[in-house]
Design a protein around this ligand. Structure first.
Ligand SMILES: CC/C=C\C/C=C\C/C=C\C/C=C\C/C=C\C/C=C\CCC(=O)SCCNC(=O)CCNC(=O)[C@H](O)C(C)(C)COP(=O)(O)OP(=O)(O)OC[C@H]1O[C@@H](n2cnc3c(N)ncnc32)[C@H](O)[C@@H]1OP(=O)(O)O
Ligand SMILES: CCCCCCCCCCCCCCCCCC(=O)OC[C@@H](O)COP(=O)(O)O
Length: 383
């Protein structure tokens, strides 16, 4: 009874808007500080690229780990890993291409959480749409972490993506390169259209996935050969049909994520474009069957071997709070003391502006604010 009421109070506390404002302030202020420090590493790139990259990995960690801390420590979301125990020791100790389904608003964050647990968060990479490069703090940080951006226009991407991947050959830390091969988030409309494409190509229909776009996968595999050791085929779902969101996490809502990972050595993947595309289509048919199994049983096939959450994200988060809250309260105290209406109004306007920017950033993760990519019929090439 007493425990329940304590939990209720804690939950009520976590849903307080003023606390969210403080979290947003700490995230934005620390993010800008890190972005500025990243700019300061530019001259270092010219003299010691390896060191500059290592420094940026750690700086990036200071930003990403805060959102991981929200998931792991604030909302206490449970993340369970289903995987083969023989592959487990290799995770975090080799470079890998991660292929993940794209159905959930916090799928990228679950990815980050596992990166953190295997010690590769700062060096984690993704093939991201170009628009994300302009997201304050995160997008700017990604520039220094050598994230690969695409315009989702193959004619333009084929060269730039290949070049960015080639640059990773002398990367000094183990990294995971994430690919959402579906290219956009799952919606019923996008699913219907992509299944029409599947039908016209004579491919079996998928129930839980959009038809994967194969070109990004092929170019990634080809350009990371000899660099990445394996593809981690990863299938994510949430228990009890949970529809997790970043706002839910901020409100302290606890979710239950299940991730099924299979390690596939890279040298078993065909080299030719057509063969590689067929291989990926087959992979997505298998992923679909895993999701069907999950829908029927509430579990993925395979044993559970979950890594524990690590304390570093929480420690860094507390550090930023200690560093940044004191000056904030001092400013507020001085403002109240000064009594200047103009200064107070300017400060309030600034706070509103920062919260609007943060809300827009959160909106980037929301399915109902997604772009129309995959909504329109594109000419179909049957070759
Ligand atoms: C142990 C633990 C393991 C794992 C832990 C898990 C993860 C952790 C790892 C790392 C974490 C790191 C970072 C995460 C952080 C943040 C992530 C944030 C954001 C990223 C999200 C995105 O931005 S997703 C969007 C960008 N990415 C992609 O699009 C990738 C997939 N796309 C492609 O590969 C594309 O081919 C392309 C982008 C290279 C080119 O795009 P384009 O539009 O030009 O596509 P195509 O040329 O492929 O399209 C034409 C072909 O598609 C067919 N078609 C037409 N209409 C449709 C349709 N509606 N659906 C499907 N297919 C369609 C068309 O017929 C053409 O077919 P072809 O046969 O001719 O190819
Ligand atoms: C610690 C406290 C944090 C306070 C809140 C701060 C805000 C944090 C905001 C994080 C923003 C992260 C941006 C990267 C997320 C990835 C987004 C994503 O997955 O994009 C969707 C695309 O795949 C598909 O896009 P469309 O095909 O719809 O086009």
């Amino acid at each position: 009874m007493e425990f329940n009421s304590k939990m209720g109070i804690l939950q009520l506390l976590k849903s307080q808007f003023v606390l969210h404002l403080l979290m947003v302030y700490v995230f934005m202020a620390s993010g800008i500080i890190v972005n500025l420090l990243q700019i300061c590493t530019l001259p270092l790139w010219l003299v010691n690229k390896k060191l500059a990259r290592k420094v940026n990995v750690r700086l990036g960690y200071c930003i990403m780990s805060q959102i991981v801390a929200v998931l792991e420590w604030w909302s206490a979301t449970e993340c369970t890993l289903y995987t083969d125990p023989e592959s487990y020791p290799l995770y975090g100790n080799e470079n890998a291409i991660v292929v993940l389904n794209h159905n959930f608003e916090i799928d990228f964050l679950c990815g980050w959480t596992f990166c953190d647990r295997f010690g590769v968060l700062g060096s984690s990479k993704v093939l991201a749409k170009k628009e994300l490069a302009y997201v304050p703090v995160i997008g700017w940080m990604w520039y220094f972490l050598e994230i690969v951006f695409c315009k989702r226009k193959w004619e333009e991407d084929r060269q730039t993506v290949a070049e960015s991947l080639q640059n990773l050959h002398d990367y000094p830390e183990n990294f995971w390169f994430l690919l959402f091969c579906e290219g956009t988030r799952f919606t019923l409309k996008k699913h219907k259209l992509s299944m029409q494409v599947a039908e016209s190509k004579g491919l079996p229909k998928l129930k839980y996935h959009l038809l994967p776009r194969t070109k990004g996968f092929w170019v990634t595999v080809q350009n990371l050969r000899g660099n990445a050791a394996a593809v981690y085929d990863s299938t994510l779902n949430f228990r009890n049909n949970e529809a997790p969101s970043l706002l839910g996490l901020l409100n302290g809502k606890k979710y239950h994520a299940d991730l099924y990972v299979r390690r596939i050595p890279l040298d078993t993947i065909p080299e030719g474009e057509a063969e590689c595309a067929s291989w990926l289509h087959k992979l997505y048919q298998e992923k679909d069957s895993f999701q069907e199994h999950y829908a029927q049983t509430g579990k993925f096939p395979g044993p559970i071997k979950s890594p524990p959450r690590r304390p570093w994200s929480l420690i860094i988060w507390i550090f930023w709070f200690c560093l940044l809250l004191f000056p904030l309260f001092r400013v507020f105290a001085q403002l109240a003391h000064s009594g200047s209406v103009l200064t107070i109004l300017t400060t309030v306007a600034l706070c509103i502006a920062v919260s609007l920017v943060a809300r827009w950033m959160i909106g980037q993760t929301e399915i109902n604010r997604g772009s129309s990519y995959g909504n329109a019929k594109v000419s179909i090439n049957n070759n």
